[in-house]
Design a protein around this ligand. Structure first.
Ligand SMILES: Cc1cc2nc3c(=O)[nH]c(=O)nc-3n(C[C@H](O)[C@H](O)[C@H](O)COP(=O)(O)O)c2cc1C
Length: 204
């Protein structure tokens, strides 16, 4: 069975919603999916002072915390993060920065990978954040799978970002069109992961 990991950070739920839709799409493609959130690093009192942040942490407490072993386990993966000043959140970056042993052992290479994000503003840095995330995938040797416009109607309805699935926080929780694109991309990545895994087995 193809293994697929969806690993994300979310403070107030938008990226979490995208992650769930991604995971559902990968499951529909027949993959075994690990949905994982990276650890919160912000001091407890800061989270407590923000009602939405605190509530989101509470309702997602049962989602297992991501471990680098999840990336090693997976045949393909998606990483999600809110936009933070045009960059991935430090919580996800901390997770990424603990991957050096997995990277040097070649465990992350050759696996299809994509990113997803949410930013408050329509032009608040979605693409910059995704491209920054893709720098990491280049170093890992992962196979970057952008959304592109393969399924144009879905991509267009979701805002037409060809770099990765993205939502606009100021418009509220991700709408049906963006969730549909996340689902589509999860399905697509899982299918690609399966094809690439099968071809490695055949070549061995
Ligand atoms: C420290 C910080 C930096 C942020 N930087 C940006 C930014 O550069 N552009 C933007 O549009 N929104 C920015 N935001 C807003 C979040 O990206 C946005 O609310 C996002 O939808 C949150 O996703 P979440 O609900 O999954 O946590 C920032 C928020 C914080 C706390």
């Amino acid at each position: 069975m193809t293994r697929f990991a969806v690993i994300y950070y979310s403070s107030t739920g938008s990226v979490h919603d995208l992650a769930e839709a991604y995971a559902a799409g990968a499951e529909e493609a027949g993959a075994e999916v690990r949905l994982r959130r990276v650890a919160e690093l912000v001091p407890h009192e800061i989270v407590e002072a923000n009602e939405a942040w605190r509530d989101h942490l509470e309702v997602t407490a049962d989602i297992p915390t991501a471990d680098i072993k999840d990336l090693i386990w997976a045949d393909g993966f998606a990483l999600g993060t809110p936009t933070r000043f045009g960059q991935p959140a430090s919580q996800l970056k901390q997770f990424i920065d603990s991957a050096s042993a997995a990277w040097s052992a070649g465990h992350l290479a050759g696996k299809p990978a994509s990113g997803f994000t949410s930013a408050h503003e329509r032009h608040g840095g979605h693409e910059a954040t995704l491209l920054a995330l893709y720098h990491t995938f280049c170093h890992w040797g992962s196979i970057i799978v952008p959304t592109g416009y393969e399924n144009y109607d879905v991509a267009h309805a979701a805002g037409g970002n060809p770099y990765g699935v993205s939502s606009i926080g100021s418009e509220g929780a991700p709408g049906l069109a963006v969730l549909e694109q996340a689902r589509y991309q999860g399905h697509r990545l899982a299918m690609l992961a399966r094809t690439m895994k099968d071809s490695r087995v055949e070549a061995a």
